[in-house]
Design a binder for this molecule. Structure first.
Ligand SMILES: Cc1cc2nc3c(=O)[nH]c(=O)nc-3n(C[C@H](O)[C@H](O)[C@H](O)COP(=O)(O)O)c2cc1C
Length: 221
């Protein structure tokens, strides 16, 4: 990469309360390279929280796609998620240990705090009705919900559930509340669900989710 010094008048970019001074160095003068430089400065660090849904089998493909786009990835699984996909699969694909237990202390680190400090983005995928309800109610009774509570970056939900669960007024109230508080939702989409019925509740396409995550690193005017 061709880095050189040059003065370009660019507005300071704020992320997680930190202003990044990018006025001194840039890669060429092209706009796209400027974005690449911001991405380089901001580090694309993501915590992925996997929940207990059939759609959990789609997460390895998401991890692969994010690795191709140079994301640094750490994964939390809920206990329920381990019923749907093995931690071994996720560890092998992500080339990193998987975090499950809030109280496991194999190192000195306090996982929910260190994970919340690692990530710029926290993506919950597939987001169950249960985790949506817990976050909306301020419950932090496992590693994923505790990490969300301590997290100061962007939290994104990619829900997947049965059409009736998604349509449940309590779930809808929780989603409304979380959106109002600034949490982002990607999907769910209308389509064929796990039990063969058609309706709203299908996990958004992995490509779309990757696209939305990349947008988090595109400065807005
Ligand atoms: C076969 C099966 C499939 C399930 N799929 C979903 C789902 O897609 N979405 C959902 O919200 N809950 C689903 N559930 C229920 C959740 O697994 C359950 O609410 C669990 O407590 C979620 O825990 P978690 O949010 O901590 O991962 C499913 C349960 C079973 C047995």
């Amino acid at each position: 990469m061709n880095i050189y010094s040059g003065k370009t008048k660019i507005k300071p970019f704020q992320h997680k309360g930190v202003f990044l001074d990018i006025s001194c160095h840039c890669w060429d003068n092209k706009y796209s390279h400027y974005f690449q430089y911001i991405q380089f400065l901001m580090k694309k660090n993501i915590v992925i929280g996997i929940c207990g849904s059939i759609a959990a089998y789609k997460v390895p493909s998401l991890i692969r796609k994010l690795q191709d786009k140079n994301w640094n990835i750490k994964v939390i699984m809920t206990q329920a998620a381990t019923e749907f996909i093995t931690p071994l699969t996720i560890e092998t694909i992500s080339k990193n240990k998987v975090y499950i237990d809030l109280f496991k202390r194999d190192e000195w680190e306090i996982s929910h705090i260190s994970l919340s400090e690692f990530g710029n983005v926290l993506l919950i995928i597939p987001a169950t009705g249960n985790i949506i309800g817990k976050i909306a109610a301020g419950i932090a009774d496992d590693l994923l919900s505790s990490t969300v509570m301590a997290f100061s970056g962007r939290v994104i939900f990619a829900p997947a559930m049965n059409v009736k669960m998604w349509g449940n007024p309590i779930v809808q109230e929780n989603v409304k509340k979380l959106k109002k508080l600034g949490y982002k939702f990607i999907g769910p989409e209308k389509g064929k669900l796990a039990n063969g019925t058609i309706g709203e509740g299908r996990l958004s396409d992995i490509e779309k989710i990757v696209e939305e995550l990349e947008k988090e690193f595109t400065p807005k005017e």
